[in-house]
Structure formats: structure tokens, C-alpha cells
Design a protein around this ligand. Structure first.
Ligand code: M6P
Ligand code: ZN
Length: 191
């Protein structure tokens, strides 16, 4: 049995920066999201979001945590979003706590059932096991949120890369609209 030392990290509520910097930093660009937006990617080098991980153990009895900074912007009318994933270990749950900005959390089951939750400073969104999740920045400022999840959850990106997500989130003038994703397929497309 390994016993980990307790620790405190400071998370800047505005920027999401973790001090002291600990685990890996993952940066995602539009080039990492080819085919996920309705329109072709306009600028492959555009930074869409950063994820700062805390350095914690990864067994099924541990918790992992990270902050995501999802920068404002659009591809056509579609707001910037994360790639989205199911957990590789499907029943693993997660919490999102929004620190700043305004977003929507899209949730989907593999059978296509879906839900949408609001994200704004102070919201704690519970993501039960089996729900795929993608966050969308619908505001003009960075959307910053702190995520905590069971540490052996793992990432299944392939399901959403091949099927898409049931909903898209778009700007319609000053309004935020949700619409069915015309490119969504509840089953994997034939090769
Ligand atoms: C949240 C958590 C992370 C995830 C990040 C970015 O912080 O769910 O585990 O990595 O969002 O989302 P994605 O992995 O879908 O790109
Ligand atoms: Zn997750």
C-alpha cells in the first residue's frame, strides 16, 4: 500500500493557473479537432483550450483533478468547445466546478440520449458514469473550470471522433442556441 502525502495547491479563479505547477499541461488547437465543427477548420494553429493537471496518483481509489481554460471564439457560428470524451472505464463519474466565464456542458449517452447543463461561476455539475461530456464556451471571456474525477477513468475520444455529439451550440445574434448535430450518428459509420 502506498500512502500519498497531503498537499495544497492554489488555483487562480480567473486564469485557472495552478501554483505550484504540478502535472502535465495539455494544449488543444483547432488542428486537433478536425471534423468536429460543422465548418472546416479556419486556422489549424488557433489555441482553443489548455488543461492543467494536478499531480496525483491514478489508481481506482484516487482522484485526479485539473483546470480547463477554454478560450472564447467561434468556428462559423459554433462556439469553441472541448473535444469531449467518454471515460474509458465507462462507469467513472466526474464533477465540474466553474470558476469563471459562461458555458454549456453537453452530456450524451451512447444511445444518443442527451442533456445540457449551464456552467457559470459557482456551478458544480455532476457527470455520472456513462455520460460522455463536452464543454462549450458561450461567453466573451475564458471559461475556466475545475474538474475532479476517479483517477483510473481514462479517456475514450474515439467514440465522439467517429460519431460526433448529438447537439451543437451556436450563436444566433445575441442568443445561444442548441440544435441537433446534423453530422451525429448514434452508431459508428461503416468504414
Ligand atoms: C475537463 C476534464 C478533463 C478533460 C478536459 C478537456 O477538465 O474532463 O479530464 O481532459 O476537461 O476535455 P477533453 O479531454 O474532452 O479535451
Ligand atoms: Zn471526463
Amino acid at each position: 500500500m502506498t500512502i500519498t502525502n497531503p498537499f495544497t495547491a492554489h488555483v487562480d479563479l480567473g486564469s485557472g493557473q495552478i501554483d505550484p505547477p504540478a502535472g502535465p499541461l495539455v494544449s488543444r488547437y483547432l488542428r486537433d479537432m478536425e471534423g468536429m465543427y460543422q465548418l472546416p477548420i479556419p486556422n489549424p494553429d488557433r489555441l482553443v483550450y489548455d488543461v492543467h493537471y494536478l499531480d496525483t496518483p491514478t489508481s481506482s481509489s484516487d482522484l485526479s483533478a485539473c483546470t480547463t481554460i477554454l478560450y472564447p471564439g467561434r468556428v462559423g457560428d459554433e462556439f469553441h468547445m472541448t473535444k469531449g470524451h467518454f471515460h474509458a472505464v465507462r462507469d467513472r463519474a466526474e464533477f465540474y466546478f466553474t470558476l469563471s466565464g459562461e458555458g454549456r456542458l453537453l452530456l450524451a449517452l451512447e444511445d444518443g440520449g442527451h442533456e445540457t447543463l449551464d456552467m457559470r461561476p459557482g456551478t458544480a455539475n455532476y457527470i455520472p458514469g456513462h455520460w460522455g461530456h463536452r464543454s462549450v464556451n458561450v461567453g466573451d471571456d475564458p471559461l475556466v473550470f475545475f474538474a475532479v474525477f476517479i483517477a483510473d477513468a481514462g479517456y475514450d475520444y474515439a467514440t465522439i471522433e467517429s460519431r460526433g455529439f448529438p447537439l451543437i451550440v451556436q450563436a444566433d445574434g445575441d442568443h445561444v442556441t442548441l440544435a441537433p448535430n446534423p453530422r451525429y450518428s448514434p452508431v459508428d459509420p461503416l468504414p
